[in-house]
Ligand binder design. Structure first.
Ligand code: ZN
Length: 113
């Protein structure tokens, strides 16, 4: 007869065995950048904290957020700290909504990065 202790021990496997569980699976993952992609220029400061209107999955080393501040949009990039790359940076360009959504689509598709 199986004891309840054995059953619960099977459930309590080490969490790092399940690597896919780090991915919430809700937000999109940006595609691998294409060779002819547009290089966005990234700077260390945004217009203002703003409001995040779209974001990519947090399971990747680099996550992107589309940020609205008033009628102006910028893309914010968050990366794990690594040499030569600030943990938070912003696109040097700011766009109106329609243009910003277009750049956001290009970024997700790997056509801009
Ligand atoms: Zn993910």
């Amino acid at each position: 007869m199986e004891s309840p202790v054995t059953a619960s021990a099977a459930v309590l496997a080490p969490p790092d065995v399940f690597t896919d569980e780090d991915c919430p699976g809700i937000s999109p993952h940006p595609a691998v950048p294409s060779p002819g992609r547009t290089a966005l220029r990234w700077i260390g400061q945004g217009v203002a904290p703003g409001r995040v209107v779209a974001y990519t999955c947090s399971c990747r080393m680099t996550a992107y957020e589309l940020v609205a501040c008033g009628g102006v949009y910028q893309i914010r990039r968050r990366t794990l700290p690594r040499r030569g790359v600030p943990p938070v940076s912003w696109t040097a360009d700011r766009w109106r909504r329609g243009e910003a959504l277009e750049w956001w689509r290009r970024l997700l598709a790997g056509h801009a990065r």
